[in-house]
Structure formats: C-alpha cells, structure tokens
Unconditional design. Structure first.
Length: 177
C-alpha cells in the first residue's frame, strides 16, 4: 500500500513539474487590451509597449484614468515625444515651468509622470471648486480645461468647458467602448 502511495505521489510530482503548468512563466501574461490597442494605433507597434506601461504606471500612481491620459497624449502631441509648442514639450505637452530644473521633458517617462501629476492636481482643484453635486464628466471637463488653459486663466475667463476638453472627452468616451 505504501509503495502504491509513493508511486502515485511521484507521478503527481512529475506531472506537476513537467506538465503544462511548468511551461508557464513566473510572470503573468498580460493580454493586449483597449489601452494597448489605442496606443499602438497612434504610436506604432514599436513604442506601444513602453508607452502603455508608462501610462499605466503613472496613471495608477496619480489615480487618473489611463485611457484619459492616452487621449490627452493623442490630442497634445499625437504620441510624438519630440513635440514642442511654445514652452510646452513632450508627449503631454508639459510646460517647462512645471518641471524641476534638469528634468528632460522629452523623456516619455518624465513627461508622463509630470503630466499625470498635473492632471491629478487640477482634478483635485476642480473637485474643490465645483459643487458637491457635480458629476464626474463635469469635473473632468473643468480639469481638462485647466490642463489646457491653466487654472487661473480658466477661472478668470469663466471657462468650465472648452473645445479642448470637449475634444478629449469625446475621444475618451469613444475609446472606452
């Protein structure tokens, strides 16, 4: 009886070690999703893995929606890391005044880090500014208007929505489907 038990145990160990599960990596395989496909469509298959990973990491760190970040990048720079418009540069068109001296805003990781940080700060600002009854869409509209215009200019002009916020929100709602 004991030898039969040992034989069954050895067989189970062999199947467990050499069976299909052994072929799997220690790291879980992440299937491409809507975010990856969106980034790949805009940035190309070479840059998509890096940009998708950076967007996920930085968006999670600052608690902002990753697909919204990707849509801001598409709107601001069309995923061109060398894009520059006036004092704003990189993927999320971060103004150099927001970055610490010596930080390279053309570096995708640095740019997405600052862009997500600014987005979070402006979202918190928008939540504090709007009535408690404001829905998420209205909060994001004001957040995006502040991201584009700056919070001071947005408020001084009475802008709670803008063509920019409408464009990003429209892209975001289409991409979420």
């Amino acid at each position: 009886m004991r030898s039969k038990f040992v034989s069954v145990l050895v067989a189970a160990l062999i199947v467990g070690v050499c069976g299909p599960a052994a072929a799997k990596s220690d790291r879980p395989v992440q299937q491409p999703d809507a975010l990856y496909h969106f980034v790949k469509e805009k940035a190309g298959s070479q840059r998509a893995p890096l940009y998708t990973r950076l967007i996920r990491e930085k968006a999670a760190k600052y608690k902002v929606p990753p697909m919204l970040v990707a849509n801001i990048i598409a709107t601001e720079s069309n995923f061109d890391p060398r894009c520059r418009t006036g004092p704003s540069m990189g993927l999320m068109q971060v103004n150099h005044g927001h970055a610490r001296k010596g930080h390279n805003l053309y570096d995708p990781a640095t740019n997405i880090e600052y862009g997500c940080k600014i987005l979070r700060e402006y979202r918190d600002w928008a939540v504090a500014r709007l009535p408690k009854s404001a829905d998420a869409r209205r909060i994001w509209e004001l957040t995006l208007t502040a991201y584009n215009w700056g919070p001071t200019r947005a408020v001084s002009r009475g802008l709670y929505r803008s063509r920019y916020s409408d464009k990003v929100m429209r892209r975001w709602s289409t991409a979420k489907r």
